[in-house]
Design a binder for this molecule. Sequence first.
Ligand code: AMP
Length: 426
Amino acid sequence: MQFSELGLKAEIQRAVAEQGYDTPTPIQQQAIPAVMTGRDLMATAQTGTGKTAGFTLPILHRLASGPNDRLTRVAKTPRVLVLVPTRELAIQVEESVRTYGKYLPVNSLAVFGGVGINPQIANLRRGIDILVATPGRLLDHVQQRTVDLSAIEIFVLDEADRMLDMGFIRDIRKVIALLPKARQNLMFSATFSPDIRELAGGLLHNPASVDVAPRNTAAETVTQRVIETNREQKKDLLKHLFESRGLNQVLVFARTKHGADALAKTLDKAGIKSAAIHGDKSQGARTRALSEFKDGKLVALVATDIAARGIDIDALPYVINYELPNVAEDYVHRIGRTGRAGMEGEAISLVCHDERPQLKDIEKLIKRSLERLVIEGFEPSATAAPRPVQPPRPPRKPQGQGRPQGQKTPAKGGRPQQHHTGSRHR
Ligand code: AMP
């Protein structure tokens, strides 16, 4: 199928063609016609599937196809509201609107917290057709009466699962209550949990439903591997991976803001140009780090889960989980940063002894066992685990330094856990 078969306005097709896309992704093939007819939509799709264009393109088409082609003038008050969980995503969605709407007279704006509100107010005054917003800042504008949501025709809830995880449910409900009753609603979520179902039930009317991400399956184009090691060796192992594999654009995940900062510093000292992005960084610092990373000036970007949401980089080849996330779904989001749009990607997780429960949860969620590697010199030691005093070990198998364990130990069968918890460790 070609984009030209979707019947999008010529101005939009031209912008899409300039991006070099000729074939719509599966979600685009299904979502675009549904949204063009004005129907509500429930789409289960994770980042990387092309979902943003999946709603941006038909929305632009609808705006430009009004009864009296209202796009000949910019709307006074927004006609479309896209609610997103993070500022990064807000920026990126708005960029997509600009990219695909470049041949249409559409005004768009992203509003999010952490930056001054006054420039946003000035922009809102000028008239905006498509407003992309994070919930908190949007409600600030509502309270200050600097935005009017009474003319919204299309409402998009993007990454709804993430919004709920981040505790935005009350804000979302407040926003919905401010919208006109007659409107089109589109909801996107990577997972379809009971909470999401409930939210969808109250929001959507007779929705078309599109499911391109079979629930919680990681992208097929991503090779996923686990390297087992000790916590104390992780930093050296990470440096070793950069050097031995000649990696040059890697998104590294850390669990905490502090950990992300420390890791970026360590890598930088080792000559691997790095920066950290997380919630405590100013918007300017985050945007700068992201663009330096995209431009290849930074080799590693160390991110926390929340800060990484919405990071959109074409052809990102590597994701390294320096630490596993506590929530298994976050693993799926993390590795969704690579292997996009059919490109090959690799996700490597450095796993130490006390992260095994998380690894088990992840494998349960994605319904497969991940290949294990052991790298010589970084083998997990038998005693690595938690602090408690070790009972005296039988002297049977002294742990020789760097004793060959076999470079590569692919998991066998469906019970990878047994592989390293059995006799080898006693
Ligand atoms: P998303 O899932 O919206 O975050 O998009 C994932 C990536 O795929 C983005 O970098 C898009 O630019 C890219 N993309 C979107 N649509 C297509 C398409 N039809 N063909 C190729 N790449 C696309």
